[in-house]
Design a binder for this molecule. Structure first.
Ligand code: ZN
Length: 239
């Protein structure tokens, strides 16, 4: 490809991405949402779009957000998520949280997910710390983050210096539980790798998760378990 053709090709890609991003750039959140059907077979009407970035959180991948349109949720889930992040500004000062895939603009089937169809399922990236206090880089992998593997002690398989911050994760789940109740929702269930649940429950906030009987599924198939080590999946019930 000569230089001119290469520029035309690149320009076309940029214009195409710009056009495909228009729904997210012009979207306004207003009115109530209807979540139809179930997380496995459902639709989303008037879904609300999560902000790409907030004071202490951001969405993990531009392609997923703008091109795949995967950051929509039920309006009450929106309020629950943003209220919980607000709480975490106090309970987890200085921590940056990362939101992963939610639901497509109108719901329905999504690539690589069995559920997430009606705006009530959300994936959250596990918060991590570095034992050597250097900057963690795993947050910049975008969609590839789903492929990262953590061992049963919560250490990143390819670099044990990066470890899951279980206390911060538990505090975030507690904030979600509080915010869900305030917005007329309930945490229906959480999927998180069963080999690491002891680590989560051994933290002081993890003990509170147990006391509140927040439903973190303790038996998962090998395949589901394998995919829920780098993130935790939360389904909300609309009461
Ligand atoms: Zn999920």
């Amino acid at each position: 490809m000569n230089v001119k053709k290469r520029w035309i090709f690149l320009g076309t890609i940029v214009i195409l991405f710009g056009i495909l991003s228009i729904p997210e750039m012009v979207h306004t959140n207003e009115g109530a949402t209807v979540s139809e059907g179930s997380v496995r077979s459902g639709k989303l009407r008037n879904g609300w779009l999560m902000p790409f970035k907030g004071d202490n959180f951001h969405y993990f991948d531009r392609f997923s957000y703008y091109i795949l349109n995967n950051a929509y949720v039920n309006s009450r889930v929106y309020k629950t998520l943003t209220d919980a992040y607000k709480t975490c500004e106090t309970t987890c000062p200085g921590k940056e949280f990362i939101l992963m895939e939610c639901t497509r603009r109108k719901g329905g089937r999504m690539l690589f997910h069995w559920t997430h169809q009606n705006g009530t399922s959300v994936d959250f990236m596990v918060p991590t710390i570095r034992t050597d206090h250097k900057q963690t880089w795993t947050t910049r992998w975008g969609l590839l983050h789903y492929l990262l593997q953590f061992n049963q002690d919560g250490q990143l398989a390819i670099n044990h210096k990066t470890q899951i911050d279980f206390e911060t994760m538990a505090r975030h789940i507690l904030a979600l539980d509080d915010a869900a109740r305030q917005n007329g929702l309930k945490i229906h269930k959480i999927l998180f790798n069963t080999n690491m649940q002891d680590e989560l429950y051994s933290t002081s906030s993890g003990k509170e998760l147990q006391r509140r009987e927040i439903r973190i599924i303790s038996h998962l198939s090998d395949l589901v378990n394998m995919f829920h080590d780098d993130h935790y999946h939360v389904d909300f019930d609309i009461e």
